[in-house]
Every structure is written in C-alpha cells, then in structure tokens.
Write a protein that binds this ligand. Structure first.
Ligand SMILES: NC(=O)C1=CN([C@@H]2O[C@H](COP(=O)(O)OP(=O)(O)OC[C@H]3O[C@@H](n4cnc5c(N)ncnc54)[C@H](OP(=O)(O)O)[C@@H]3O)[C@@H](O)[C@H]2O)C=CC1
Ligand SMILES: CC(=O)N[C@@H](CCC(=O)OP(=O)(O)O)C(=O)O
Length: 308
C-alpha cells in the first residue's frame, strides 16, 4: 500500500527533519510545493486536499488555517503545532501515553503531535499517575532544558549571532503554552510548575521531575516507581528505561535520534527522587513522533524511518 503525504511547512526546522525521515521510502509519495508556491493559499489548498496524509509543521495560526482549507473527509492530519493538543475531537499523538493510544491514533482523522517538553514530562509522569504512585492531585514541578532549535528558525538565527547565552531560563511568569497540555494528558488536578530553559546547543533536551516521596502516603519506593515505568515501556521501540547507575545525564544523550530515555534516580533514605528524561526536541519531541504517528495511521511498519 502507498500513501500520498504533504508536509505543509516542509521548509521549516521540523518539516525538514520529517522529510529526511520519509525520504527513500517506497510506500510514501511525497507531494511538494516549490519555494515560490509553498505559502500560496491556492497551491496549499490543492495539496492539502490531494494528500492522504498532511503533516502540519507551521505556526499555530497557519496550522488552524490549513485545517480549515481541507474540504474532504479523506485527508487525515498530523499537526505538529500547539494548536490542537487539547482540542476535543483530536487524538493526542503520543503512542506511549496509554495502552489504548496506538489504536486511537490508528483510527484518527486528526492527530495532534505532542510538544517536545510534554513528551518528556508525560513519559515520566503519566504511567505513575495511572498506577496511583503519584496522587492525581499532587503539585508536580517540571524543570527542563532544550537545545535552541526548539524555538524554530527565529531562535536558530538568534543563536547564530555572536556570544549567545550559554543557558537561559524563560517562561518566568509560569504561563508557558505547554502547561495545559501537560496537565490534561497527565490527568493531574492542578497545573505543573514548569521551569524551562534553553542551552547553547542545537538540539536535545533534559526534562526532570523532582518528587518528595517521603511526603506521600503511602510512600512509594524507588523500586515500585521504576517497575511501573518498565511495565509501561516494555517492548517499546522508542522509549527505554535507562540505568540509574549513571552519575550524570547529558543533553546530548538522545540528540540526533528519535529515542527517549527515562531514569529514576533517588535517595531511598531521604525519600527524595529525580525522574529524568532525555530526548531530542526535533526527534521524539517533533519529527520522530510525527513519523511514528504516520506509520501507525497508515498501517506501515511502526519503526520505519525512525532514527533508533
Ligand atoms: N522546533 C521544535 O523543536 C519543535 C517545533 N514544533 C512545532 O512545529 C511547528 C513548526 O515549528 P518549526 O519547524 O520549529 O518552525 P520554523 O519557523 O522553523 O518553520 C515553520 C515553517 O512554516 C512556514 N510557514 C509559516 N507560515 C506559513 C504559511 N502561512 N503557509 C505556509 N508555510 C508557512 C515558515 O516559512 P517562513 O520561514 O518562510 O516564514 C517555515 O518554513 C510549530 O508549530 C512548532 O511549535 C513542535 C515540536 C518541537
Ligand atoms: C526552546 C523553545 O523555545 N522551545 C519551544 C517549544 C518547542 C516545542 O515543543 O514546540 P511546540 O509546542 O511549539 O510544538 C518553546 O518553549 O516555546
């Protein structure tokens, strides 16, 4: 079986990464618009309606506009933007989120690709909330650092200027656009406190959730937490539970790949724990997840095109 695929925003940071992952796959016919027509609404409307699958790699407003240009019931959408991640009628495109998620993605006409930070956060937290090891009304913090390609073309250009900051904390007003998505899909009663930062490196992320196990009743053990994550990701080609023997965790660990690694660090005596995920903002955090979703929706080999 073959499928026609149109990437709207194919010249952007995420679009280019997806094109690389789809190149040379005989089951995929890529529809492309040349540079002079890639922003032309009429050309985009035609491509959006000709394709079996469209992958939107656009700013939020342009992604909403693209969806409104689809005038048939056949074209299925994967949206990499933030526009539809908490929208009714859209399936959240994180195959590892729930045991039933791949089946929902497989049937969906509209799939919202997760944000990069929420991908790391949900991989750490959702299995533990589901297992009752983190109370659903717990106030969770998430501290994270991303490579600067996470900010798309404009941030890449900024970091190409002389003397960019080595490390820059942001979203100081605690209103980052990913908070709603994290809360909803982790099924938490209150929004997480999200403290992101950008490092002077192109790609990669470290996402961390510190938790005081000693304050929870009953107090979960580190072993029970790790067992719940092992259970959640058994057989996953993309997510693995890494060793807690590591003395440090680097942002480069999964940079340049579509893998995601979760680890459980802690001090059993004090009952303090650090859950840590590494991934690539452009890999599992964007393009890797989009290709994974396309494979599931089209019935292709689930690992095809992924950098694993
Ligand atoms: N970068 C990342 O790590 C991640 C990004 N995302 C999301 O993916 C989406 C794309 O981000 P990213 O690739 O980083 O951004 P970029 O800015 O690198 O790319 C966006 C692309 O969309 C094009 N574009 C803008 N408006 C239109 C329009 N009306 N019609 C057609 N093309 C248009 C831009 O063209 P031009 O440059 O000429 O304006 C550009 O090529 C965003 O919603 C982002 O939030 C999601 C997860 C991670
Ligand atoms: C470093 C950086 O700026 N990162 C981006 C998020 C990247 C991402 O996941 O993007 P979307 O939610 O837009 O898809 C930010 O914080 O806005």
């Amino acid at each position: 079986m073959t499928a026609t695929v149109f990437i709207d925003g194919a010249a952007g940071t995420t679009g280019l990464e997806i094109r690389e992952r789809l190149a040379g796959r005989p089951e995929i016919i890529l529809l492309t618009l040349d540079d002079s027509r890639r922003k032309d609404p009429a050309a985009r409307r035609e491509a959006l309606n000709d394709a079996d699958f469209v992958i939107l790699c656009l700013p939020d407003d342009a992604a909403r506009e693209a969806v409104s240009l689809i005038e048939n019931d056949r074209t299925r959408v994967i949206d990499a933007s933030t526009a539809h991640r908490t929208t009714e009628g859209w399936v959240y495109g994180m195959a590892e989120l729930e045991p039933a998620q791949p089946a929902l993605i497989a049937e969906a006409a509209r799939v919202a690709n997760p944000g990069c930070y929420p991908t790391g956060f949900l991989a750490l937290v959702r299995p533990l909330v589901r297992a009752g090891l983190i109370p659903h009304d717990w106030s969770v913090s998430v501290n994270a650092v991303s490579g600067f390609s996470g900010g798309g073309r404009s941030m890449i250009e900024e970091y190409q200027q002389p003397d960019p900051p080595a490390f820059r904390a942001y979203a100081m007003a605690l209103g980052h656009k990913h908070v709603a998505e994290m809360q909803r899909h982790a099924r938490l009663a209150v929004p997480p406190i999200f403290t992101p930062a950008v490092a002077n490196t192109y790609r990669g992320m470290v996402v961390e959730v510190p938790l005081p196990l000693h304050a929870m009743a009953p107090r979960p053990t580190l072993a029970a937490i790790e067992a719940a994550l092992q259970e959640a990701y058994r057989g996953s080609p993309v997510v693995r539970v890494g060793s807690a023997e590591a003395l440090t965790v680097s942002i480069e660990e999964n940079a340049g790949s579509d893998r995601l690694t979760v680890r459980v660090f802690g001090n059993a005596e004090t009952g303090q724990m650090r859950l840590v995920a590494t991934l690539d903002n452009l890999g599992k955090g964007a393009a890797g997840a989009a290709v994974q979703n396309l494979n599931i929706m089209a019935g292709f080999d689930p690992g095809a095109g992924l950098v694993l």
